[in-house]
Ligand binder design. Structure first.
Ligand code: MRU
Length: 399
């Protein structure tokens, strides 16, 4: 049994039985209801045309999400009605990407409150699922404190999620200034709408640049072992019609050294006070490569990803996942029987390798983090990047 199959244990029951609706580029299988309210949506292309979804939403007392394990070939909705099902969805990566994990946790706490569960217990079950993404802990704290202060549970969660989506939009507008017409951007893992409920963090500036009629090409790192780049980022970019190519993880140095990459933009799972940050395993080496070749390296993130409690990257808890994710590709074992594998899910990139942090309040340097990054969200001012960053980027012309 491969890791993806084993992840599905526990998904049984009539409510979860999939209903096949259509076939096309992506097979649509809907589990339960699929009304996905809210503003802009993830595009899903089918033979019928384009359907629009958010990656995560709440409908009555059910929390629904696109099942990211099934993409790109099958489009399924996973619906959770209990805290255990919420915890399962996060742990098994039905939902993944730091901000989307936070959103599911926010809705999960609201659902627990609506079901009359003690919030302490629900918070513990939800936060014990994955250790690295700060958004999970931030969302639970935020929504729980709003509910305990008397706010309607669903309203507290919706407010959290709408705030997140608005920040992603603003990150897009702020970050697109960094992308020149004709630029090539390299990204790692998936930091698009699937990872953030809507729009994305690393993909947001790319979407906004394309919307501003710039030509952009995206190098998509495949992102072993779970292939979030191949399966999810490429799926999102194809649905949006944004030109891109998947590259093997170990091909990034080839393209960067040839001057074919103008900038790198990645998301983050946790950013410390000094600017060190954790992101999907393999991010650190992309930062080193970018630095060695004078290519700007940006990190895009909402406020929920910043952890002012942690002084530096050495303090970030790094998730170790099932070695079978390395030993298998999908359900096929590629390693010899009986061998071991190590599978850290994230690595830490030191702040010194980061050109700037793209936030809803502007492009910040590591020295400018702190209150500027984690204080109350402001309406984004969409301005030119700071002169220092602009000059840095100019000076790093293609080799
Ligand atoms: O293990 P995952 O797929 O949850 O890891 C996701 C990432 O590392 C993303 O790059 C990160 O969460 C940023 S998403 C906006």
């Amino acid at each position: 049994m491969g890791p993806e199959e084993s992840d599905r244990v526990g998904l049984g029951g009539d409510r979860m039985r999939p209903v096949r609706l259509d076939t096309g580029g992506t097979t649509l299988i809907i589990r339960g209801g699929h009304s996905s309210p809210g503003g802009p949506k993830v595009k899903v292309r089918t033979q019928k045309g384009v359907e629009e979804y958010r990656a995560v939403w709440m409908d009555g007392d059910t929390v629904s999400m696109i099942d990211q394990r099934a993409l790109p070939h099958t489009f399924e909705i996973y619906s959770a009605e209990t805290t255990d099902e919420i915890a399962f969805a996060i742990r098994a990566m039905v939902v993944r990407g730091a901000p989307s994990i936070g959103a599911v946790a926010a809705y999960g706490i609201a659902m627990a409150a609506m079901n009359g569960e003690p919030l302490e217990q629900a918070a513990k079950a939800i936060t014990s699922t994955r250790p690295t993404a700060n958004d999970l802990f931030y969302a639970v704290r935020q929504v729980r404190s709003d509910i305990e202060a008397g706010m309607d549970p669903q309203m507290a969660a919706e407010q959290y999620v709408e705030g997140l989506v608005a920040q992603c939009r603003a990150i897009g507008e702020v970050g697109q200034v960094l992308i020149k017409d004709g630029a090539s951007v390299l990204t790692h893992c998936n930091a698009g709408a699937l990872a953030t409920v809507d729009y994305g963090t690393a993909l947001a500036p790319i979407r906004a640049a394309v919307a501003a009629k710039k030509e952009v090409f995206v190098f998509v790192d495949e992102t072993r072992p779970r292939l979030q780049g191949t399966k999810l980022t490429a799926w999102e970019l194809s649905n949006e019609g944004i030109p891109h190519a998947i590259i093997a993880d170990n091909a990034a140095g080839y393209f960067i050294s040839r001057g074919e990459v103008d900038l790198v933009i990645v998301g983050a799972d946790r950013i410390c006070r000094n600017g060190d940050f954790a992101n999907k395993i393999g991010t650190y080496e992309k930062a080193l490569l970018a630095n060695a070749h004078g290519v700007p390296f940006y990190v895009a993130a909402p406020v929920s990803t910043f952890d002012p409690e942690l002084a530096s990257g050495a303090d970030i808890p790094i998730e170790e996942r099932d070695p079978r994710e390395v030993l298998f590709i999908g359900e096929y074992r590629v390693a010899p029987e009986g061998v071991e594998a190590l599978n850290p899910a994230f690595d830490v990139t030191p702040a010194g390798l980061v050109t700037g942090y793209i936030t809803d309040r502007g492009v910040l340097t590591a020295a400018e983090l702190g209150e500027a990054a984690t204080g109350p969200a402001k309406a984004a001012t969409v301005a030119d990047p700071k002169p220092s960053l602009k000059a840095k980027q100019k000076g790093k012309a293609k080799k």
